[in-house]
Design a protein around this ligand. Structure first.
Ligand code: OAD
Ligand code: ZN
Length: 331
């Protein structure tokens, strides 16, 4: 199962487009301000399959649903939008996204930077970008800690992330709960002989603006980040178990432009509520009657959900505790 962009050309065209897709107007969209009152209630939010009923769910229903969960049945899909509050630009936001800053880089088109054939020919642009991703440069934010809290409360079935910044792990979510679908910087491999390369050697080269080379064969070393055309990690296949058994799907901060990740959003049962939290609506999420779409800044949306859950104080304590841990000089 290899990584690909749904349609590079369409993605390019979408950059300049303002306004909100028409489907978004058909959803219940909440953006900014306080959450709207809603009447469906938790009993209807739970698996009646929406049989014949057209009740609309809202964030308050979702909070009730999460609060009433006794088992680990919340599945999360995350993208670059959960890390912008940590200072890492996303990819496709028209003005601030990484791809919009690449005009003056030595790349033929933005996504080439994550394509193996281009990388083997000219690895410099990728490593220039990678240098910024040095572990410890960025810290988890309130969104990562909300996901950590879901885990601490025994509700998180699995967190599927496209991010390679490692901030989900840094927030304290164990590896067993994570599927890092696009790989990570935690390991690196020689593209010529396939030998693993020690992480510290890799980073030493990158931080010194050198292209990392294999100690055994001098081949080009690449971090185990999944490039376009490459296979996803085996753990990705956990989706075959996780999505059909999920009782709630949270989709956070992603344009859903990259496959096969994007299609996971279709893999939960149709009776399962999906919550899409993002700055903007995206065309690739095909609407379902039990969707809740919360548009706006993700930090605001997550804080609102945390408040509805009554977890605000617990969150504050967790963030304080973990932030002071991460800022200790020995870290
Ligand atoms: P994108 O940049 O495509 O999408 C990020 C989404 O997050 C956008 O829709 C933004 O509007 C939204 N967003 C950003 N900051 C936000 C905020 N503070 N609050 C709310 N929403 C916010 O990133 P991904 O969907 O993660 O591939 O991109 C998927 C893959 O494409 C990446 O994994 C990467 C890239 O090419 C590889 O690295 C191989
Ligand atoms: Zn080698």
């Amino acid at each position: 199962m290899a990584l690909w962009v749904r349609s590079a050309v369409r993605a390019l065209r979408l950059w300049g487009r303002g306004g909100e897709p028409t489907w978004a107007r058909r959803h219940r969209i909440v953006g900014g301000g306080t959450p709207t009152a809603c009447s469906a209630g938790v009993s209807s939010a739970f698996g009646n399959g929406g049989a014949g009923k057209e009740e609309k769910l809202c964030l308050r229903d979702i909070a009730e649903l999460i609060g009433a969960q006794a088992r680990q049945r919340v599945v999360v899909m995350a993208g670059a939008g959960i890390s912008t509050a940590s200072g890492i630009p996303d990819f496709r936001s028209p003005e601030s996204g990484f791809y919009s800053t690449l005009q003056h880089w030595d790349v033929p088109y933005p996504e080439a930077i994550f394509e193996l054939s281009f990388f083997l020919d000219n690895p410099r642009p990728f490593f220039t970008w990678a240098k910024n991703m040095f572990p410890g440069n960025f810290k988890p934010n309130v969104i990562h800690y909300f996901l950590r809290l879901l885990h601490d409360r025994g509700l998180l079935q699995r967190l599927y992330t496209q991010n390679i910044d490692g901030l989900e792990r840094a927030s304290g979510i164990p590896g067993s709960k994570l599927v890092e679908a696009h790989g990570s910087f935690a390991s690196a491999t020689c593209t010529a002989c396939g030998k693993p390369s020690p992480e510290q050697d890799f980073w030493a080269a990158v931080m010194a603006d050198r292209v990392p080379r294999c100690a055994a064969c001098a081949g080009l070393v690449k971090p185990d980040v999944v490039f376009f055309g490459e296979a996803l990690p085996e753990r990705f296949f956990l989706h075959l178990v996780d999505f059909p058994t999920a009782e709630l799907l949270l989709i956070l901060g992603t344009s859903l432009k990259v496959e096969p990740f994007a299609s996971l959003s279709e893999a939960v049962r149709s009776s399962v509520p999906r919550v899409f939290m993002n700055r903007k609506a995206v065309e690739s999420l095909r609407p379902r009657s039990r969707d809740v779409v919360q548009l706006g800044d993700l930090v605001d949306s997550v804080e609102r959900l945390v408040e509805l859950l009554g977890w605000t104080e617990e969150m504050r304590d967790l963030v304080q505790r973990e932030t002071s841990k991460l800022s200790r000089p020995d870290r």
